[in-house]
Design a protein around this ligand. Structure first.
Ligand code: AGP
Length: 609
């Protein structure tokens, strides 16, 4: 997810562009840049946060009344000035900024290079600048040149273009990534988030997928990519900048929980090959031979990423038949792990900067393991230091508590398990069944999110609790551990994740009417055993909040409350079952007057040991 802004009118563009980038910095902040059309096209870019670009602009202030700007969340190509947007064409007369993923950029790049285009970056987005150039050189209008470029693209985009060929004009289009047009007086604003426009225009047009806008100081036209006119409805823009950055949610955490259906779509985009019945993981292409001869996989991670790794272990062992051990990273590096030439070590990390995980990774590398990074932040230390990797495409996660990042890690591990499995005898039919169920999950997750208000009510009912057991078996155990961590870290409740089968071996002594238990009990292969744990709790007067799947009324008489989510296969249940646990923790924190986004004592990325 990146931040995009554009301006065309009669005033200098730069002030709006720099202020707009600051308002959108939460969308991505590993590099940024501006392009302004004055006497000629001027582009200024910088790696790092917006402040680094602002420093550059103090000495290189481009003047002009048409401009575009971009703050990047890298998906292809590490953060660097060369990979920062805007990207220019070969003539350095046209520039684009892009938010999204171009799935067929490889073939487009090859075609363009064969026609003599010279590329200056490793990004997928740059192909748009060169496709635009070809349209402009064919004499097309800016809008038509952009439309013809986009008609070659598979993937998603929010894109804005300007060119010396058409001074005083700007064109923008969207497919899958948001774009808003601010309607000013003889000036127009474009942004990936209305927060950037607030205070500059009172009316906005939310472009719909497949729509394109062309604007100049004289006016604007909204049309479809195939030139059909479109009636762009102007809506009133209200609210505060902070509120808009959270898409109207009170906290980033709730916004990120609700983003999860789209996050899962982003994780899967371009990686599901139903014809071959496998997952396509381009970042593993160069280590295919070593993957084929693995005899052991170690997963090293911390916190939520560690719990995602526990789920990944079961998937990989079940579908690929490779023994998997999962270590808390801070333990792995000190236990003199056994590593052979056929060992792979996978570091799972949202930030890619967690000190314990990095230390474990370096120890594995020192011992000769094949190292794989499963990270969210492109260009992070883990991404740079591993032999191969898979990006989780969760987008920036602002809230300290891991929610969409955890979901993306589990889904990415599922793709890895299928990828490895298909090399080791997993039938294509089984792989297709897993992949098609993964593709159905965004809609099922969305249906759980529609119940959000019910979890606020539950949080109130349990608002006075100081202790909680979170119990599960099989795939339910890592889910219990992650759910308990959420309640601990943002609501400060002592929630303990435990194996439901282990309760009777001691911990049950804690159970009484004042010590509730949340039990994860979908109708899976261990349901009956988990049910008996519920009965053990009830026999001691303990209260049970059960999480099960729709259609299961079996627990209604046993549990005080029952949360039901859509039935999914056992291995994929965590991707749906985690949502109620996230929402329960979120509302429990809010119920207690706490700030879920910035819990005490915590940091988003623990870069110290
Ligand atoms: C989870 O809610 C916490 N924020 C924390 O446990 C986190 O998962 C852990 O610190 C690992 O971070 P990473 O994924 O960036 O490596």
């Amino acid at each position: 997810m990146c931040g995009i802004v554009g301006y065309v009118g009669e005033r200098e563009a730069l002030p709006f562009l720099t202020e707009g980038l600051r308002r959108l910095e939460y969308r991505g902040y590993d590099s940024a840049g501006v392009a302004v059309l004055g006497p000629s096209l001027r582009i200024v870019r910088a790696s790092g946060k917006i402040a680094a670009l602002a420093d550059r602009l103090r000495t290189e202030e481009p003047n002009g009344t048409t401009g575009i700007a971009h703050t990047r969340w890298a998906t292809h190509g590490p953060p660097s000035e060369a990979n920062a947007h805007p990207h220019a064409d070969c003539r350095h007369r046209a520039a684009i900024v892009h938010n999204g993923i171009i799935e067929n950029y490889g073939e487009l790049k090859g075609e363009l290079a064969a026609r003599g285009h010279r590329f200056a970056s490793e990004t997928d987005s740059e192909v748009l600048a060169h496709l635009l150039e070809e349209g402009l050189q064919a004499g097309k209008s800016l809008a038509d040149a952009l439309a013809s470029a986009l008609n070659r693209v598979r993937g998603t985009y929010g894109v804005v273009a300007i060119s010396e060929d058409h001074p005083g004009r700007l064109a923008a289009a969207r497919l899958g990534s948001p774009l808003v047009v601010g309607i000013g007086r003889d000036e127009y604003f474009v942004a990936s988030d209305a927060a950037a426009i607030l205070g500059h225009a009172s009316g906005v047009v939310h472009l719909k997928d497949g729509e394109l806008v062309e604007a100049s100081a004289e006016g604007y036209v909204v049309r479809s990519l195939v030139s059909a006119p479109v009636d762009g409805t102007v809506e009133r823009l209200e609210g505060t900048v902070a509120g808009l950055q959270k898409n109207g949610h009170p906290h980033f955490m709730l916004k990120e929980i609700h983003e999860q259906p789209d996050v899962l779509r982003n994780v899967l985009r371009g990686r599901v090959d139903m014809e071959a019945g496998t997952s396509i993981l381009g970042g593993l292409r160069d280590v295919g031979d070593r993957l084929a001869s693995l005899d052991r996989l170690s997963i090293v991670a911390c916190g939520s990423a560690y719990y995602a790794g526990l789920i990944g272990k079961r998937m990989i062992e079940e579908w690929a038949g490779i023994p998997v051990e999962v270590d808390v990273a801070s333990e792995y590096r000190y236990r003199d792990p056994i590593v052979t030439a056929h060992t792979a070590v996978c570091a799972v990390s949202q930030s890619g900067e967690t000190a314990d995980t990095l230390a474990a990774l370096r120890e594995a590398k020192r011992k000769g393991a094949l190292t794989i990074g499963l990270v969210n932040v492109v260009g992070s230390a883990v991404a740079r230091e591993t032999d191969a990797g898979i990006f989780t495409h969760a987008g920036p996660e602002i809230s300290v508590a891991s929610t969409k990042a955890f979901l993306a890690q589990v889904a990415t591990l599922a793709l890895l398990a299928v990828h490895l499995g298909r090399r080791r005898g997993l039938p294509s039919a089984s792989a297709r069944a897993i992949l098609s169920e993964l593709e159905r999950l965004p809609r099922l997750i969305a249906s759980v999110l529609e119940q959000a208000a019910a979890f606020r009510t539950l949080a109130r009912e349990y608002g006075a609790e100081r202790d909680f057991f979170y119990l599960g078996r099989g795939y339910g155990l890592p889910l219990a551990l992650e759910g308990a961590l959420k309640l601990k870290e943002i609501a400060y409740v002592h929630a303990e994740g435990y194996g439901a089968g282990e309760l009777k071996h001691g911990p049950i002594s804690l159970v009484d009417a004042a010590f509730p238990s949340l039990v994860i009990a979908p109708r899976d292969s261990v349901y009956e055993k988990t049910r008996s744990a519920i009965e053990q709790i009830r026999a001691r007067g303990g209260r049970v909040l059960a999480l099960t799947d729709e259609g299961n009324a079996d627990l209604d008489g046993l549990a005080a409350q029952v949360i039901r989510v859509p039935h999914v296969s056992e291995a994929l249940f965590p991707l749906v079952g985690i949502v109620p646990l996230q929402l329960f923790a979120y509302y429990s924190a809010v119920q207690r007057g706490l700030d879920p986004d910035q819990p005490r004592n915590l940091a988003k990325s623990v870069t110290v040991e």
